[in-house]
Design a protein around this ligand. Structure first.
Ligand code: UDP
Length: 403
């Protein structure tokens, strides 16, 4: 399987991955998150577990279970950590803990290394049995509501280490911290090359015409992704350029707000026949791939963003991206080189028009974007980094660094 990446991933990444994989062969590596479908974390885990297994590592992926109340609370925690105030009472925190306690009884938490993704399962640390425990934060905590951040911290500080996607998100927690950006898998159904027929199949399915420019945003229906802002930008563009807008999203089982936001978007789109709001079933990977390949201009107009896998997915397909200047997006969009960073609806509209009106420039930027992703945001690099953290946790030795 690793050999499938040769010629795609940087050779150095593959060498390091193999060597460190040999060191950890036969050891167990458990990942736990809160959904199997929808959102970037599940997207990565689906691809990462088989690769870890191929390296000879005994990798497992477990998902915590919770009811509506639990996911309502965890979404509020998520919103607060991303800076939108929500009142989280002691009672709610207790319930968060209680659901994790029940999950701890159900799940086998025995492993040499345990990687806990995001705040939903963070309290599992209280039920640690063995091995090294690492907390992985995927969300944008650049400007959190302090009390919520402080509460969660009580759990995070009990881990052996923490991983953030960008340096700006890291906090001084008194444990080892690492910066590891997420990644995409270039050979997955979401990102592999497609034939013209395969792309056409998807367009036919959604009744999208093939000869008009397409503006696309692929995202869960979440206010932090600013789908309404995308429609506003499209309306400005539409005054000058012919185009259609596609907003594609699927539900995530741990995101209870999706339906409300989808309805807001539909209402705002009104009866404009050139706006396609597509609610896709989970695992519509080939359709997303086709839409990204066919799009003329791709937007990710987020207001907060942990990383934004959709940006790397689009750059990998040779499309420059117009993205909100927030969270992990500036890591991927080098302004004026692999796309444009924007701060407003007007800014987004201006850049969309610039790309629509300059196909040559768009193509050149897209090529640079693909290389940027190849060097920095492929899954082989991310697995290499995770294994390095695990290895470092177990082999601390005498530190020469005063940290
Ligand atoms: N995605 C998808 N279908 C959709 C919307 C999103 O498969 O309808 C995928 C998208 O391609 C990406 C992931 O979900 O791989 C979203 O990750 P991102 O980091 O962009 O955002 P998150 O949802 O984790 O906040």
């Amino acid at each position: 399987m690793i050999s499938q990446y040769s010629g795609i991933s940087p050779k150095g990444d593959l060498i390091l991955l193999q060597r460190i994989g040999e060191k950890l062969k036969g050891r167990s590596f458990l990942h736990i998150n809160s959904t199997r479908a929808g959102g970037g974390v599940a997207e990565i885990l689906h691809r990462m577990i088989p690769i870890l297994k191929d390296l000879g590592i005994d990798a497992r992926w477990e998902v915590i279970e919770g009811d509506e109340r639990f996911f309502d609370i965890t979404k509020k925690i998520h919103n607060s950590l991303q800076g939108n105030f929500e009142n989280i009472t002691e009672d709610m925190w207790q319930y968060h803990y209680e659901v994790n306690r029940r999950n701890a009884e159900r799940l086998n938490l025995d492993a040499d290394a345990v990687l806990i993704h995001d705040p939903q399962p963070a309290p599992l640390i209280e039920f640690r049995k063995s091995g090294k425990w690492i907390w992985r934060c995927h969300i944008d905590v650049s400007n959190p509501i302090k009390e919520v951040c402080d509460y969660l911290r009580r759990y995070c500080e009990r881990y052996d280490s923490a991983i953030f996607s960008i340096a700006k998100f890291a906090r001084a927690m008194g444990i080892d911290e690492f910066i590891i950006p997420p990644s995409i898998d270039p050979i997955s159904e979401k990102n592999r090359e497609l034939t013209d027929e395969e792309i056409q199949e998807t367009l036919n399915k959604f009744q999208i015409t093939k000869d008009r420019p397409i503006i696309l945003q692929v995202s869960r229906f979440d206010r932090f992704k600013d789908p309404i802002g995308v429609i506003k930008a499209y309306r400005i563009v539409k005054k000058y350029n012919d185009c259609i807008l596609v907003l594609a999203g699927s539900p995530a089982t741990d995101d209870p707000e999706g339906e409300v936001v989808l309805n807001e978007v539909k209402e705002y789109a009104a009866d404009d026949p050139d706006i396609h709001v597509l609610l896709l079933p989970p695992f519509s990977d080939k359709d997303i791939n086709a839409l990204q390949r066919r799009a003329t201009v791709i937007i990710q107009k987020s207001i907060r963003e942990g990383f934004g896998l959709t940006v790397s997915e689009s750059l990998w397909k040779g499309k420059p991206v117009i993205g909100g200047a927030t969270g992990g997006i500036p890591l991927q969009i080098v302004h004026g080189v692999t796309g444009f960073l924007v701060h407003s609806v007007e800014g987004a509209a201006f850049r969309v028009r610039q790309l629509l009106n300059n196909p040559e420039m768009t193509k050149r930027m897209g090529e640079k974007g693909r290389e940027h992703v190849r060097k920095n945001f492929l899954i082989t690099r991310q697995i290499r980094d995770y294994l390095s953290v695990w290895y470092a946790m177990e082999n601390k030795g005498e530190s020469v660094l005063e940290l």
